[in-house]
Design a protein around this ligand. Sequence first.
Ligand code: PLP
Length: 456
Amino acid sequence: LSAIEAVEPRIAAATRAELADQRSSLKLIASENYASLPVLATMGTWLSDKYAEGTVGHRFYAGCQNLDTVESVAAEHARELFGADYAYVQPHSGIDANLVAFWSILAHHVETPALAEHGVKGVNDLSDADWEVLRRRFGDQRLLGMSLDAGGHLTHGFRPNVSGKMFHQRSYGTDPETQLLDYDAVAASAREFKPLILVAGYSAYPRRVNFAKMREIADEVGAVLMVDMAHFAGLVAGKVFTGDEDPVPHAHLVTTTTHKSLRGPRGGMVLATKEYAADVDRGCPMVLGGPLGNVMAAKAVALAEARTPAFQDYAQAVVDNAQALADGLLRRGATLVTGGTDNHLVLIDVRNFGLTGRQAEAALLDAGIVTNRNAVPGDPNGAWYTTGVRLGTPALTSRGFTTSDMGAVSDMIADVLTSATARPTKEGKPGKARYDLSADVVETTRAAAAELLGTR
Ligand code: PLP
């Protein structure tokens, strides 16, 4: 950091402060983790200084032999770890991975047949009129994904994201009683809507998904099954999700981030069957710029780590810890979406604490517990204030927390949520943003957290 200090001290200070924050708080954001030192060190190298647009052995720049090695090794680890036909490790983030997958599917099912119909080799050979027809066809495709309030992700066809502008979107939700995925309802919706793409995967659904059933639904309506395993890739890599719960043998394409439960660098990846490999390989320059050589290298290191027995123990511990956290919260009277968890995340419906998600998130942060507010199914407070708080165990498990620590963590959370009170608005209406929390609770919780963290 002294080298950074000499050039821009504010960045050195922010980097130091972030380390202190991450060390001194209970990091329970379900999408965060602590990457290992080898992964972090690999990101900070001169591999970042090289351009390598294109794909292995077929670059638009000279001198890419070392980046070819980096990309090949990362892809080899990904293929072998997940048992995939093909792996594309260039996407810079999860959103990019989804964009690559969407455009690959469009290329495969819309562009290629259209080009054949027009008797031309590539889009550049189309006349303006034909190109206009093709563009309209691209824009006429349908996507069926999980609704945001049931736990789906913005990139699964929602308006603020480009996927919502590219596709006609429809969502499937969860059963209003059980809050669990209702496969018959998904099938009925697919039969009626006839999507080109059925997306499975989530950011805030605390249960496992049966991907064999999702594939049956996709096959019945002739859709492509795309699974976004960004959140639970580490549980697939660690062999906690196997058989019908492993998306790779069932989906045509699987996308993921590499920085969540997989514990790698911030980035994305696409796995595909042979059928889609050539289309996905066009990701750069189709929707991506030059790949980040240093990050692809760090993906290779993280994937090598994920192939060890120690990582399988870690993945199992993530799930055990989430269940212990859920049990502790239930004992303290919390309402959990779906009644519990069988993956890495827990979603508390904070209504019975008299709080909105935003108030609960802020009160927990005051006490040194970092979480994020999240919508719950049928959320009455909308996407900004929300009614839920999402918790996840990948980061604390990396820090060495065990199920016996989770009792203490759930008590701290319950203490804060019970003590915090919503502050009414000036007009005396129930407030959604402001809250009161006693300094005593803040202090006691911070001290308890420091004691737990201090032993690691
Ligand atoms: N897909 C899912 C299911 C996610 O939860 C996320 C991130 O939260 C993404 C995609 C996007 O990942 P990124 O932030 O790396 O673009």
